[in-house]
Design a protein around this ligand. Structure first.
Ligand SMILES: Cc1cc2nc3c(=O)[nH]c(=O)nc-3n(C[C@H](O)[C@H](O)[C@H](O)COP(=O)(O)O)c2cc1C
Length: 172
């Protein structure tokens, strides 16, 4: 996929959990991490830290330690996202950095999925994560195995967006 407009990337991106064996170039890994770095954060605190996991045996261990992210075993690489939990908004900041990374990847034909359920203590010990940092999520990235035909399953706008007051219709 060529680099597409923001609106197209937002409207087509799906979370994908199966990946091809094709290696992702090192430059693309750095660009995806850098997209995370470009995210805004509360007070511009930039407290997120990203751990790149791209050795096959490490991806297997990450899968073993995950509960709802076993699919990362087949990923080309993963990024573990840490935040400083002393900031009340730290998970919002994580979400913005993660979204940047996933959208940057999608625009380059690289698919991804997020995982938020894992054996936190084991992950912390293995990756030598200092106590200050919370583990917000990890994201697995890779090329898709086949052409993506999925469709987003989303509630209609009228159900989630209001005008002026809660519950007031967005459309007349
Ligand atoms: C905060 C958050 C946590 C998620 N945790 C997991 C997870 O642990 N494992 C997983 O396989 N998918 C996880 N997902 C992916 C969601 O299931 C996915 O975003 C949703 O089904 C919509 O997918 P779509 O964009 O492909 O339609 C998570 C998504 C979000 C936003």
């Amino acid at each position: 996929m060529s680099i597409t407009s923001v609106t197209n990337v937002i409207r087509t991106k799906l979370d994908v959990r199966t990946f091809s064996d094709k290696e992702i170039p090192w430059e693309d890994k750095l660009i995806i991490l850098d997209a995370g770095r470009m995210a805004g954060s509360g007070l511009n605190s930039q407290h997120w830290r990203f751990i790149l996991i791209d050795k096959r045996e490490d991806l297997e261990k990450l899968a073993d330690l995950s509960i709802t992210g076993k699919w990362v075993r087949g990923a080309s690489f993963a990024v573990v996202v840490l935040t400083d939990s002393r900031y009340a908004w730290h998970l919002l900041d994580a979400g913005r950095a993660i979204t940047n990374m996933m959208l940057e990847a999608w625009s380059r034909g690289i698919v991804s999925c997020i995982c938020t359920s894992y054996n936190e203590q084991a992950l912390r010990n293995w990756l030598k994560i200092p106590p200050l940092y919370a583990i917000a999520a990890f994201i697995g990235f890779g090329y898709p195995v086949k052409k993506l035909l999925g469709k987003k399953n989303r509630l209609p706008l009228e159900q989630i967006a209001f005008r002026g007051r809660f519950g007031e219709p967005i459309k007349a």
